[in-house]
Design a protein around this ligand. Structure first.
Ligand code: PSU
Ligand code: MN
Length: 308
């Protein structure tokens, strides 16, 4: 897909098109988190608020999704609200993005699909909650998210709160290293674990300000290294669920997942839903807070990129 061949299938929302044409900062946002990651109406409120945070940070938000077969780069308020209410939306990654466009379906884009769309639109920074990664037990299930391959090939900075603690963080880091994806923890020596600020794993790289992250990205591009990079931004202390507390919840959710024989792309939504139940909504509060935190940092990185 190139910008030219994708154009007939793509709708770029006017404020996004204007910002891109003027070289102003733009931040992409994914939509699987809206369609599959959170229940309505929390998903709608989160999606709206995250866009506001990006605007307050001086950048233009571009929520990406497929609606009735149109690849949307930026949604109107009405479209975003409609997507949040859609039941039966597809979960779209690299493998099925083209299917949804060809068959005129509606779906939320994962980190992988959002990166693809951002790259064709010329957007370099993308904020999400957590990326997909290597699932626990992957040596049996082979369940490794397409997000990791996409990070290796598509030149977008993905700002996340690390890999979800429902994943095998150690194996996820190994795969990212093998694929040549830089993982930069923001202001931390250890990898954050989504709901928690810390994990037992050392961060491969550390940078302490947005301008340095932008500079690193530009240097990689100049060296012709290709591909994207992952920024791991720890959730704020006041919003975190400590790793020791989270571990018990995750084990319980995992057990339910195995018992109910959930597999494939249902695994992540199932585990998130189960955790929501088990934690009585606390995990959702933290999830929303960390997405907002990532949006703030992504706006700063986009602003730094736009300055150069
Ligand atoms: N983080 C969340 N909720 C989500 C996801 C991440 O808090 O719904 C989504 C992202 O879109 C990510 C996807 O790209 O889960 C990974 O799914 P899979 O493991 O099937 O590749
Ligand atoms: Mn998977």
């Amino acid at each position: 897909m190139t910008p030219e061949t994708a154009r007939p299938f793509t709708d770029v929302h006017a404020p996004v098109a204007e910002a891109l044409a003027a070289g102003k900062p733009v931040v992409a946002l994914e939509s699987t988190i809206i369609t599959h990651g959170m229940p309505y109406p929390n998903n709608a409120a989160m999606a709206k608020n995250v866009e506001k945070i990006i605007r307050d940070g001086g950048a233009v938000p571009a929520t990406i999704a497929v609606m009735d077969g149109r690849l949307k780069i930026g949604l109107s308020d009405e479209e975003r609200e409609a997507l949040a209410k859609t039941s039966g939306a597809m979960k779209l990654s690299r493998a099925d993005l083209g299917f949804a466009v060809a068959e005129k379906r509606t779906g939320g884009t994962t980190v992988a699909a959002t990166m693809i769309a951002a790259a064709i639109a010329g957007i370099k920074v993308f904020a999400t909650g957590g990326i997909g990664g290597v699932h626990k037990g992957a040596e049996k299930s082979f369940d490794i998210s397409a997000d990791l391959d996409e990070l290796a090939r598509t030149p977008v900075i993905v700002v996340s709160a690390g890999a979800k603690a429902i994943l095998d963080i150690e194996k996820t880091l190994e795969v990212l290293e093998t694929r040549g994806v830089p993982v930069v923890a923001y202001g931390s020596d250890v990898m954050p674990a989504f709901w928690s600020r810390t994990s037992p794993y050392k961060a491969p790289l550390r940078l302490d300000d947005a301008a340095a992250i932008a500079g690193f990205f530009q240097t990689r591009a100049a060296l012709g290294l290709g591909g994207g990079m992952l920024v791991a931004n720890p959730v704020r202390e006041k919003d975190e669920i400590p790793a020791s507390v989270m571990a018990g919840y995750i084990a319980a959710a995992q057990e339910a997942c195995e018992k109910e024989r959930i597999s494939g792309k249902e695994v992540t939504p199932f585990l998130l839903g189960k955790l929501l139940e088990i934690t009585d909504g606390t995990s959702l509060k933290t999830n929303i807070a960390l997405v907002e935190n990532n949006a703030r940092l992504a706006a700063k990185i986009a602003a730094a990129l736009a300055r150069d």
